[in-house]
Design a protein around this ligand. Structure first.
Ligand code: ATP
Ligand code: MG
Length: 375
């Protein structure tokens, strides 16, 4: 964090082991019970799938997920044939036990509840590659496909959200950069997304990389995005701001503009490191710049049911954050990673894939929480 870029004064993080703040922590993940034949998969899904013929997946009482040889007592069985085109993770916890009314609500075209007021959500985690962009584009698409009006703001000079929606983001394209510099309004640069009515995206170009420097000398440098959003009188239900993997001035602008922070947490080792710094920054912004800001949502991403580690991370995150964690867990899925290459969110690219269904369930959960006013 660079204080000179407009962040309020630093508060010393009080990291516990793994980077957790000490307070609120109640219990740690239980020790996995040694189980003969339990294998913790560490390979990539592709490599693991290549080795896999038929497997039995067990959700043990110790809350760990492991891949066991056939014959071991198991709750669910998954058959994966070699050569399957869509090589997905087993469905062990991908689809949580959904109530029948939820299953009905997830059907295409079912209208979802509108929030009482516009929800502006910053998707932030300074750790790179945890699924910020993937979550932004898919949650937004899911909400739009169920009747809500959604705006995605690509606030990352990498322009990944723009790519995911097949938008041009070469230098000179009207973008969020022009908005931050005060040259254009958000409504002028928002582009409707083809095939998904009700969804717009403000693209980012590489020019944005220079904006952090250019903004430093500007008036109200940390609240320029907020000013632009306040000026947007369109009837938008949700705004998702896709942040870069850093805690610079762009992320600060996002936190000042939003009232909610959604943190995607990858179910991998190192996932929890740096989290207390992120939480401290949210606290700083709330104390000094935006009293409305709070962490409303945690989304577990890239869950690989074949690893015990993924389950341990998920367990710890739920222990620590409780109800903030959405029930739906996004599985590590080849289809999710393929979708941006086709300029589409996985929600439309392959609506029946596990990743798509998980994002749909997560988005519905968001919508229901918004309606209940719990956020
Ligand atoms: P950055 O910090 O660089 O902005 P990010 O946090 O936005 O990264 P993404 O770009 O969403 O992360 O994801 C990183 C990579 O992981 C991408 O290649 C994406 O396609 C892939 N990916 C994201 N989610 C999944 C998933 N559930 N299964 C498989 N691959 C995924
Ligand atoms: Mg990203």
């Amino acid at each position: 964090m660079t204080v000179g870029l407009g962040w309020p004064d630093t508060v010393e993080p009080s990291d516990g082991p793994l980077g957790w703040p000490e307070q609120q922590r109640t219990t740690s993940a239980p020790e996995p019970v040694p189980n003969e034949g339990v294998v913790s998969r560490e390979t990539t899904p592709e490599a693991a799938d290549d080795q896999m013929a038929t497997r039995t997946v067990s959700l043990g009482a110790t809350h760990s997920v492991a891949v066991e040889p056939a014959g071991v007592q198991a709750i669910g069985k998954v058959s994966v044939s070699e050569g399957d085109v869509s090589r997905e993770t087993p469905p062990a916890t991908v689809d949580p036990d959904l109530a029948p009314e939820v299953v009905a609500a997830l059907q295409p075209g079912q209208p979802w509840p509108r929030p009482k007021q516009r929800r502006v959500m910053t998707i932030a985690n300074q750790k790179g590659g945890v699924g910020k962009t993937t979550s932004a584009v898919n949650l937004a698409a899911a909400l739009a496909l169920h009747g809500l009006r959604v705006l995605v703001i690509d606030l990352d000079p990498q322009g990944n959200a723009s790519t995911a929606y097949s938008l041009s983001h070469k230098t000179g394209t009207p973008s969020i950069y022009d908005v931050l510099l005060g040259a254009r309004a958000l409504a002028e640069v928002a582009v409707p997304i083809e095939g998904i009515p009700g969804l717009w995206c403000v693209p980012a170009t590489i020019d944005l990389a220079g904006a952090e420097i250019e903004l430093v000398s500007m008036v109200a440098r940390e609240s320029r995005l907020k000013a632009a959003l306040d000026a947007l009188d369109d009837d938008v239900d949700y705004v998702f701001i896709d942040c870069p993997p850093s805690l610079g001035l762009l992320t600060l602008n996002a936190m000042v503009a939003a009232s909610e922070v959604l943190i995607p947490i990858q179910c991998e080792f190192y996932a929890l490191e740096g989290l207390s710094q992120l939480l401290n920054n949210v606290q700083l912004v709330r104390s000094h710049l935006n009293p409305k800001l709070y962490v409303s949502t945690i989304l577990l991403t890239m869950y690989d049911a074949r690893t015990r580690l993924a389950d341990q991370v998920a367990f710890e995150v739920r222990e620590h954050f409780g109800d903030l964690v959405l029930d739906a867990v996004i599985p590590r899925s080849v289809r999710v990673s393929e979708a941006p290459g086709f300029g589409q969110p996985v929600i439309t690219f392959d609506s029946s894939s596990r990743g798509s269904r998980a994002y749909l369930a997560a988005a519905y959960d968001l919508a229901v929480r918004g309606e209940r006013g719990v956020v």
